[in-house]
Write a protein that binds this ligand. Sequence first.
Ligand code: GLN
Length: 203
Amino acid sequence: MPTVGVLALQGAFREHMEALRRAGARTAEIRQRGHIADIDALIIPGGESTTIGKLLVEGDMLDPLKIRLRTGMPVYGSCAGLILLCRTIENSDQPRLGVLNAKVRRNAFGRQVDSFEAKLAVPEIGSAPFHAVFIRAPVITEIGPDVRVLAEIGGQAVAVRENNVLATSFHPELTRDLRLHRYFIGMCGAGAKQGLDRDRTKV
Ligand code: GLN
């Protein structure tokens, strides 16, 4: 069974850990560089993307994580996690992992609509709508050719996948619906062999 790490530097990591446990996955909190070699997949939670990025730099974790993700380790980012995965962040040079070929706009729903909930069609995980919680959420404004849009709101992408990279603007860990976590765990079956690349992070 693959071990799914949850980046536990800041934000809603406990909720992701709990959702993964309920979905039957083996989990690990990732707090420092030395933990990165022990995981087969990673979730980056919501929180504050500038803070998480700064802590990744300070902990010297940005480059080893980039290597793991570029060599195919499955990763799922929700909200701030999505922002950290995107190659381009509008009007920002904040640190990022940048493995998702997409451009993101932070806080895209404006101050008036700080947070909201919506019933979202996500056909990839089933026909029943997903109860999506958005909190100061980003949207994806441009995508590369290999990026698939899994869900959108008002014509704007809020869930995408590019190969081993899954990202949502919303927070499935704040609901009881485990379908997105299960879908991600399903991606880990194919990615588990990437554990072979673990040693490359040890340099
Ligand atoms: N607005 C936050 C950011 O830019 C993301 C909000 C969230 O993760 N709920 O990092």
